[in-house]
Design a binder for this molecule. Structure first.
Ligand SMILES: [Zn+2]
Length: 580
């Protein structure tokens, strides 16, 4: 068995995917959940336990456990193997041939980012970095923090990195792919970041995968420029500072989520290393999952202004959907976290953390500020605002407790809240599961499942199936062909082996066949179905022969008519023989 097979057979796909997606059992061999690759409200993402693959019936993604990890973590095939083998303790052979082209490119991109960071740091110390140093001084950043966070300065020339990369022999395509270098229409290259204060962005293992750059002069737009999406940098997956913060997050069993780079640095400088930020994007489920591995408790501390509060409100939904325990930190004086820590000090910030509200009370306060809860209309408006949030709580007990608290806090009848709530929950469960539509007939699906999962039964029917012309007319004919070919070659007839020989459209059909038939394959039914296919085929064949005999006689071709008649008799004898 080669290493890929060995790894796949020792790692359970349901366990692996279960770390990213809340899966629930949807049949003897199937789990379903919300697709992690597109936004959906009803579950159409399916994982098959026996054949160890996943498929989304809405957006169409599918694959095995390795592909899943590749796609979710943005890894190459080799890196996904490595990651799985480390996580699940399946030792990887030393000299494996999986260090593919993909990994080499990533290696080059990482090297370019390291070179860029060195260059930016050197610039900051040099004469050209005066403006950046002035900004750092103005913001009251300690030299130790500048060093700790690897801040730097991209110079004004617009050619420094290009030259550096050219000297090191990186091909133009790789320079472009790094996102650090842009290409003009005339083909000339330029540095993407010019005269900006540079913040390196790391992945969770601490490798630099991108940069954020803050403009130093007022004319430069935008104020913050981030690396574009690249092979290395997937914005929606990355939290700024997570690689440094995770230890502190584990120790304190809490993560502090702020909005910007400067907030992270300010809060960290005040002695709270467990702080992260989403880099220039609204918080995503992937980011939450990245942090959830270290703690379930999160303190959201966004800017106190309108946009900040709105962003905090949106993040609550995502956090709750991932089962996080959410508190909202409110800072007085209209200060952002960085300013607060500098002006009021670490103890004051610590206190704000400790008295931070459960998200639900914070939301209720926001709603109460908008509506008059002395009137019944006001109460209903507040209720309608709060209940969808409560529904996002994944833990049932907590959900009921909070639904109960809602009533007390806004002063409405408990029965009314619970009624609203039950109705909302039942609406939700009705549309929870999307059934895959199948283009395949029932008997077709059943036969495919029998061939796949029952070697003995396969041995019994495969000969007959091969001889049937009906098979060649089925939408799934290429799947049958693949099975016949593998069987001929004496190979193992498994899901992966078949899947590997198919084009995408047929892979879809195979997934449908497997996911639509649940439970045991009924042996008698399979055999009956093969016999009935064979019988109807014989009937067609006899009908065809009879009409050809008639034609031959009418045309006076008696030799031909005799030959066809003998053929027909032979068929009928064989048929009688089979029936006895
Ligand atoms: Zn999907």
């Amino acid at each position: 068995m080669d290493f890929v097979e060995q790894l796949k057979s020792s790692v359970d796909i349901v366990t692996v995917i279960g770390e990213y997606v809340r899966l629930r059992r949807a049949g003897a061999n199937r789990y379903m959940g919300l697709c992690p690759f597109h936004n959906e409200k009803s579950a159409s993402f399916t994982v098959h336990v026996v054949h160890q693959f996943y498929k989304c019936f809405s957006c169409g993604v599918s694959g095995d456990v390795i592909k899943f990890v590749q796609e979710k973590e943005g890894l190459s095939f080799y890196e996904a193997l490595k990651s799985l083998s480390e996580r699940y303790g399946v030792p990887m052979p030393k000299r494996s041939g999986y260090a593919d082209e993909d990994s080499k490119v990533r290696g080059a991109l990482l090297a370019m980012h390291e070179l860029a960071e060195e260059n930016f740091r050197a610039n900051l110390a040099a004469g050209s970095g005066a403006e950046a140093r002035a900004y750092i001084a103005k913001r009251g950043l300690a030299p130790a923090m500048v060093d700790h966070f690897g801040l730097g300065h991209s110079d004004r020339s617009g050619r420094t990195l290009v030259r550096l990369f050219e000297q090191r022999g990186f091909p133009v395509a790789q320079m472009e792919e790094s996102g650090l270098v842009g290409k003009r229409q005339d083909g000339s290259l330029y540095d993407r970041f010019r005269n900006r204060l540079m913040f390196p962005i790391h992945n969770e293992t601490g490798k630099i995968i991108g940069f954020g750059g803050r403009a130093l002069s007022k004319e430069d737009e935008p104020k913050y420029l981030n690396s574009p999406e690249t092979q290395l940098y997937k914005k929606s997956h990355v939290l700024y500072n997570l690689h440094r913060a995770k230890e502190g997050v584990r120790k304190s069993d809490r993560v502090i989520l702020v909005e910007g780079y400067m907030d992270v640095i300010g809060v960290c400088a005040a002695g709270f290393p467990n702080v992260v930020a989403s880099c220039g994007t609204a918080l995503t489920a992937d980011q939450v999952r990245a942090v959830k591995r270290h703690s379930h408790r999160i303190a959201v501390n966004f800017d106190p202004d309108g946009p900040g509060a709105n962003a905090a409100e949106r993040s609550i939904d995502i956090l709750l959907a991932e089962g996080m325990q959410v508190r909202i930190v409110e800072l007085d004086g209209g200060l952002d976290p960085d300013e607060y820590c500098k002006q009021r000090g670490a103890d004051a910030y610590q206190e704000r953390l400790e008295i931070s509200k459960g998200y639900f009370y914070w939301l209720a306060d926001r709603a109460r500020a908008k509506h008059d809860t002395r009137t019944s209309e006001g109460k209903v408006a507040v209720l309608n605002f709060l209940l969808p949030k409560v529904q996002n709580i994944t833990d049932q007990l907590e959900r009921m407790t909070i639904a109960n608290d809602v009533a007390g806090y806004i002063g409405v009848d408990r029965g009314m809240v619970l009624d609203h709530f039950r109705k909302a929950v039942s609406d939700r469960s009705e549309k929870a599961i999307v059934r895959p539509k199948s283009l395949l007939r029932h008997d077709e699906r059943m036969l495919l499942n029998a061939l796949l999962s029952d070697a003995e039964l396969r041995g019994e029917v495969i000969g007959t199936l091969r001889s049937l012309r009906t098979i060649e007319t089925l939408p799934s004919r290429r799947i049958f062909q693949a099975i016949f070919t593998i069987e001929d070659a004496g190979g193992r007839v498994g899901f992966d082996e078949i899947n590997g020989r198919l084009e995408e459209a047929d892979q879809d059909l195979l997934a449908q066949a497997v996911l639509n038939e649940d439970g045991e394959v009924a042996r008698e039914e399979v055999i009956a179905s093969v016999i009935s296919m064979q019988r109807s085929e014989q009937q067609n064949l006899r009908g065809d022969l009879k009409s050809r005999i008639g034609e031959a006689e009418r045309a006076g071709h008696f030799d031909e008519a005799v030959r066809l008649t003998m053929e027909l008799q032979g068929l009928e004898r064989a048929e009688r023989g089979r029936r006895q």
